[in-house]
Structures are given as C-alpha cells and as structure tokens.
Design a protein around this ligand. Structure first.
Ligand code: PLP
Length: 458
C-alpha cells in the first residue's frame, strides 16, 4: 500500500515548491495523523511540527471541537453561497466577529479561500477605490524583495522572490519591489539599523518621486516577512514608511496571513510593528488550517468611497463560488472559540519569549549561526560559513535544504527560508520541552552537516 501510494504520487501529483528530480528519487513523505504539535507518517514515525504545517496550525492538530463543527455544518447545510444577498449563519457570525476582533475601524469583510486570492482582492479594491475617487492612474503596487504574498497573478506579482516569477511573465507591470528590510544581509558594512532604516525610507521617497504619487495605489507588506526568511524590520521602519505613504495618499495593505492571530506576541502583527492598515489580509490562523479560508478586511476609509459611488458601483462584481463557504466559516468560529477560551494569543506571546530567549542563548557563540531573529512564536537562524564574512555555503550544496532533510530524520519539521535561514513557527500549544527538542535537533544537525558543507564550499 505504501509503495503503491509512492508510485502514484510520483506519477500523478504535481507538488507545490518541490524539486522534480529530488521528488522522483525520494517520493513523498505521506502524513496520516496528528495531535497537538506532532504529526505522524504512514510508517508510524512521529515528528514535532515546528512549522505548524505551513505557518498555519496555530491551535495544534486533532482538535475534536473543530472537527465536530465542520461535521455538524456539513450535515446541516453543506454549502450555500453568498452571491445575490444569500447568507449562512456561521459566515455572518464570523464577519461580525472579525470586525470586533480588529483594533482598527473595519467596515466590511470579504471572504476568500487562500491568502493569495485575498491579496488579489486587495489589488482590485485599491483599483476600485482610486478609480471611483477620480484617480484611475493610481494603480501601482509597491512591495518588497523577498516578500511572499502568494501565487495568484496579483499576489505573485507582489511576491518578491524571483523563483516565483521566473519564466512566467511575472511580475505583472505596475508591481514594484523595494529592498527587503533585512539588516543582516542588506545593510552596508558598518551601517547601523537606524541608518539602514532611513536609507529604506529614502528609497521609498525616491521611488514615489520617480514613478509619480499619482500612479501609486498601495504599499503591501507582511509585518514580519515569513517565507522570505523571517525578517524583522529595524525599529521604527513601518511608522516612518507610513508617514511617507500618508503624505502621498497611498494605501497600506497589511498581509497578516502569517503574523495575524497572535503569532508575533500581539493580536495582530501590525500592532507589534506600528502599522495602521487600510486593508488587511488574513488566512492561515483564521481556521488553523482545518479548512481553507481567507478574508480581505476593508477599512472605513476604503469602504466609504465604494459606498459613496452607488451609481457607478451598484454592486461588488467580485466573488468566488466558495466565498464564505459555511463549512469553512464554521471551522473558523470553532477555531476562534478555542483561541479565546484557552487564551492562545497570550500563550503565543509567552511561549514566543521562551523560544526567542532559548535560541539566542543556545546560538550566541556558535561559529556558523550568524544571526538569530524573530518575534513572538516565529524565528529563524542564519547559517553561515563564518560570522565575520557572513558568507553562505556553496549554493549548489543546498545546506539549508540538507538541514531540513536531516531534521526530518530526527523527527523535527523545520524549513529552509530566505538566503540561508532555518525557520520555526510552531503551534501555540508548543511546550517548553518541545522547544528544547527542536533547538537541540537543529543544533546537532548544523554541527553534523557543516564540516562537509565547508569542504564543498572551498
Ligand atoms: C504572508 C503570506 N501571504 C500570503 C500567502 C499566500 O497564502 P496561500 O498559500 O493561502 O495562498 C502566504 C502563504 O504562505 C503568506 O505567507
């Protein structure tokens, strides 16, 4: 049975972000059970999932309450859409609840199915907002290199990772990418965090001057970049950028897909980083991955313009069959019930402090860990040849990927990210002992693999 599945997978299944040759040789790692922070494969091996799936399973696996809510909704009303004014109870309740949960004045909630499509929705909202205000040229979207916003056309154009664009006519015209706020990699020698921050703010000013503010609709950012390497910007970065954006009447789209729902130690990543967004994208932690669901949250500022132009815009001509799917919104409500009842935002902050402290203590003097970074319950280590040069190992040796594979053998799922990073983003129910096990496994793996990586890099 196991080998049948392997063969079928290799022959039939096109995997996201998976090397073809590697997969043909190794085949899939097939998971079939999970509880808390642990997942189990079909051969009975157990792994600590230090990545919460794909940065999403905040409440942990195996929550009966969410499974029951999904089953009950599927039995009572498996589907009904929300076009033409139709609605279902869990979707109405969730929209109202999300408005209450947000610290900013949110007027409307539009449901999608993934972070990607929710970000594409934001692009349309920006275009509508500006067209209706009589500024139809104000369309460009400014993003950052190394950002990850997803893979639909607008979202992949916002994404600043070149492999996502290669050979696919991307990014689309009108999507610009500024320098990532990654001090460790992109600061000039001797440049302080403050000077680096000021240079990035000046880069934004110069970009607006070059392109013309009348052509720029929005700036989009993850509070802390996830897939790009868990990049925490320098202090004061977002408030300074936002001052510039406000002066030029440019909207701020906060991509809270990873950072939302307590991940950074505050309810919303934007609060942790000093952002006051006009549009907010959420997904992942909204259901903790128990069902696909995302939302584009629309501020009063944007909504008031849409609402004031009823003649030109009698209705919102946008929506997916499964926008506000009741099974998914029922899952989200049960997930939020758990987060509230168990105080999981606070727990994420508490366990996050432990994770950040223990990582910094463990790797403070490690010759091949150049930087430990992160905020709340998301972190990364930068693996380097030596601390002084900050050089990486030979790219063809793929050390971060090898670390990921060796960690799997040790029963830990982490992830290779950014230039040379190893990321962690565990479920909020992670215990101190799990954190210690994750850190020990990473430490041991780096020490085991670095000697051969050094030889391969000479
Ligand atoms: C910050 C961020 N935005 C958007 C997305 C895209 O979400 P999805 O994969 O659900 O389309 C991701 C996915 O990892 C993400 O990390």
């Amino acid at each position: 049975m196991q080998s049948d599945l392997h063969g079928m997978d290799v022959a039939a299944h096109l995997h996201p972000y998976t090397n073809f040759a590697d997969h043909a040789e190794r085949g899939p790692l097939i998971m079939d059970g999970a509880s808390g922070v642990r997942v189990r494969d079909t051969e009975g091996r157990e792994y600590i999932d230090a990545m919460a799936g794909l940065w999403c399973c905040d409440v942990g696996y195996g929550r009966q309450e969410i499974a029951d809510a999904i089953a009950a909704q599927a039995k009572q009303l498996s589907f009904f859409h929300s076009f033409f004014g139709m609605a279902t109870e869990p979707t109405i309740r969730l929209a109202d609840r999300l408005k209450q949960l947000m610290p900013w004045p949110i007027a409307r909630v539009f449901f999608g199915l993934s972070g990607s499509d929710a970000n594409d929705t934001q692009v349309k909202l920006v275009w509508l907002y500006n067209t209706l205000r009589g500024q139809p040229r104000k369309t460009k979207i400014i993003s950052r290199q190394m950002a990850y916003h997803g893979i639909t056309l607008g979202a992949s154009s916002m994404t600043g990772l070149t492999p996502v664009h290669a050979h696919m006519n991307l990014p689309l015209p009108g999507f610009l990418h500024l320098t990532a706020p990654h001090h460790y990699r992109y600061a000039a020698p001797g440049e302080s965090e403050t000077a680096f921050r000021d240079r990035l703010v000046a880069e934004l000013e110069a970009t607006i001057a070059r392109e013309g503010a009348e052509t720029i609709g929005a700036f989009v950012a993850e509070p802390v970049m996830g897939a790009g390497g868990v990049i925490v910007p320098p202090a004061g970065y977002f408030p300074a950028l936002q001052d510039v954006l406000r002066r030029h009447d440019i909207l701020f789209i906060a991509d809270e897909v990873i950072c939302g729902f307590g991940r950074l130690g505050r309810p919303w990543g934007s609060q942790a980083l000093g952002i006051e967004p006009d549009l907010v994208t959420i997904a992942k932690g909204l259901t903790s991955g128990y069902a696909p669901l995302a939302a584009s949250l629309i501020s009063e500022r944007v909504w008031s313009v849409l609402a004031a132009h009823e003649a030109e815009l009698p209705q919102w001509n946008h929506g997916q069959t499964y926008s506000g799917h009741p099974v998914c919104t029922a899952a989200a409500n049960a997930n939020l019930d758990i987060m509230e009842r168990e105080g999981l935002f606070e727990r994420a902050a508490h366990q996050g402090e432990y994770l950040q402290r223990r990582l910094r203590e463990t790797f403070a003097d490690h010759p091949h860990v150049g930087e430990v970074r992160g905020l709340g319950l998301i972190a990364a280590l930068e693996v380097v040849r030596d601390r002084d040069s900050r050089g990486t190992f030979a790219p063809e040796y793929k050390l971060p990927f090898r670390i990921f594979r060796r960690l799997l053998d040790k029963g830990v799922i982490a992830r290779a990210v950014g230039v040379s990073g190893i990321a962690m983003c565990p479920p909020y129910v992670v215990e101190e002992a799990d954190i210690e096990a994750i850190i020990d496994a990473i430490h041991e793996t780096i020490d085991e693999l670095v000697p051969a990586a050094l030889r391969a890099s000479h």
